[in-house]
Every structure is written in C-alpha cells, then in structure tokens.
Design a protein around this ligand. Sequence first.
Ligand code: SF4
Length: 429
Amino acid sequence: MNRSVAFEVKGWCPGALRPMQSGDGLIVRVRPQSASLRPQDLGALADAAREFGNGHIDLTRRANLQIRGVREASLPDLHDVIARLGLLDANAEGEAVRNVMINPLAGIDPTEACDVRPIAGELARWLTSDRSLWALPSKFGFIIDGGGALSLAAQRADVRLVAIGAQIAIGIETRAGIEWLGSTAPGAAAAVATEIGLLFIKAASRDKRHRMRDLSDEGLAAIRGAMRLRLDALREHPRELDASSDRIGLIELGHDKFAVGIAAPFGRIESDQLRKFTDVMASLGIDEIRLSPWRALYAGVSSGHAARGILAAAAREGLITDPRDQLLQIEACTGAPGCQSTTLDTRGDGRRLAALLPQSGFAGTVHVSGCAKGCAKTGAADLVLVGSDGHYGVVRHGTAQDRPAGRYCFAELAADPGKMFEFESQRHD
Ligand code: SF4
C-alpha cells in the first residue's frame, strides 16, 4: 500500500484531519466538544465506522472516540459525515492542540461546585483559533473538573482547573505532582489556562521538552512568577478523591437525579453494538451521551427506573454495567491482528484472564500489552503481561517497560495461574 508519510509519524496523537496508520488501516480520532454527543450523532458515527472503516470503535483514555480500519480512499467521505455532525475542526493544527478533558457529568451532577462546560468551550475556541497556541505539543493537555460524584483526580494533564467553592483552582503537573498556583473566577479561567500554555511554549522551546512535568526549574519558575501576579491566593487545595468503584452502573446523584455509567470491554465497541445502544438511548428520551477517560459512556437519566432500563439494554449489547465485572480490572491494548507490533491476541487473552480472576482472588489491576510500548496504560499495574516473540513476560507492580520476572506462552499461564498471581498471596502472608 502506498502510505503517506504523515500517517507514519510516531509520537503524536491521531485526529480526524491527521489520521494515523495502524495494522488494520487508518485510525481516525473524533474529539467531540466537551466530550458530548447526541445519541443520533453517535449512531451516525457508528454507521460511518461500519461503512468507511472495519466497524471497530475505540473509546480512548482521553475521552475521545476512534474509528479504526479506515481506507484512505474512504477518508473524504468519512470527513463529510464528521463535518455534517459539526465535529470536524477547521485545520489539523488547531485539532491537534484541542486536548481539553472535562468531567463527564458536568452540568448533570447537582453536587458539582461549578458547571465547567463554558470554560471548556472557551478554552477550546482559544486553542483552535490562536495560532500562537498551535506550538503546544500534541500530547499537552488540560483537565477541567467541576467536582461532584465522579472525580478526574487520577487523570494526568499538564494544566489542571478544578472548581473549589466559587473559584477555579489552577494547577500544573510537575515532577513532584500537582502544584497549585492559585485561583481565579470561572469567567477568567480559560484565559488563564491559555496564558499558561503560552508560558509553557516559551519555556519548553528553551528546555526542548514536551510536557510540563519535564520542564527545568527555571521554566517552572517563570510560569510560577507570571501566575503569582495573575491569580488569587488559594485558601485551600482542592480535595480530589478518586472513587473508582462507583463509576459504572446506576449512579445516584441525590436531589432525585441519576446517571448511568456504561463501559466497553477494553474500550472497544463494535458499530452494530453502538448503533443499537444509541437507538435505545434515543427511544428513552436521552438527549446527550458523554465520553470519559474510563472508556465508559455516561448519561443523565430522569429516574432510577429509566436508568435500570438503559443498563439492562446495554448489558444485552455486551457492554459492562456491573461495577464488579472482572473486565474492569483489565486494560489490554489492540494487539494482533489490529497492531503489527505483536502476534499476540491481547484482548482475547484479556478475556480469558478475566475468567481466571474470580478463582484466583486477585483484585488488583492488570495490563495485557502486546509489546513494551504499553499503549493501553502508561502508569503501573499490579500485574503486567508484556508480549515479545509470541510469549508474555510477567511484571509485578510495574509497567510494560519493566523487566519481566519470567516469560511464558498464554496457555502455560492459564494452566498454572499461580505464575501470575501467587506473588500477591506472598505479599499478604
Ligand atoms: S502496546 Fe505494542 S502491540 Fe499493543 S497496540 Fe501498542 S504497539 Fe501494538
């Protein structure tokens, strides 16, 4: 196949206008504004994934959606669909830096301190219209969290905006963790975030760095100094609690408000599955579906009864609606045949591994990776199976880049699960 050079560049994130070549064709990433889609629009994307791609859709850890297996000849038609839905940016440069993640229950959750959607919308407009911000690295990201039942505390971003009372706390991610710089009024928060972006560009060009956490002490000091003049003092730091167990299924928000959280195994959803699910959502009067960094879909629902109806329909489509589902413990990359970097069926092995978990009593996190690149999870997991030459290396409490303790084919691990799990019982002895 005659591939364009643009499709082969590594180390950047794909977009709709600048797709990435993978083993199964082009990956086209759609970035909805404020991670929100109407059910009929999500259904239209599901249809487009079937018509112009291979029908596989990934929910990404940056709260976006990827259509896989797109043929180069089909790309213009797919762009037409995305543009008709109002989801296509004006240019690839602006699209690449529009990395704004917000709380998936923003504006739905009565317990949040602030509906952050206007801040996210304004920041996105700055990022796509101000050419000086297009020098931001494509992995540079912003998180905007209004608080509430679901927390983005465990998600990483270079710049963090968190509602606290009537103010927005402003933080940056350094090597030592989040450094809170001060606070500002919600109406000024997007402008402050863009100013930090511009300060980062200046410091990073000197330091030759791509993430806030890699800046030199001088670079961080320049940002700190400029923001000291710009921000109010923070009386208390945001208390961001990561309640990971409460995200899936029925979410009771209080004040007679409900939401549902529905996950896709390993973030993969098929076009037919998604089309049926969006039809059910539309028929039940749901007008908005939100994406999230947990590879789960969210919606506000008017009653517990309606929420249970949605969850039952989602479960019938093979989606995860039970917060105790073992598949939620496991992250697995695309693997073979979708990715050419491995011969291992990582997601098939992930499902087989999930079936072994109840008997093993292992309650930790698992990462099944086809190679040391570790696409599915950058942070550590309690157990990592990392592939090379058709075998899995076993890493305990580490990442796919760590040195494995042993190497086995999956059949050996399945026949003797202690090779994976027994270290946990030793730790607790
Ligand atoms: S971790 Fe390796 S095998 Fe898995 S999707 Fe990434 S590059 Fe492919």
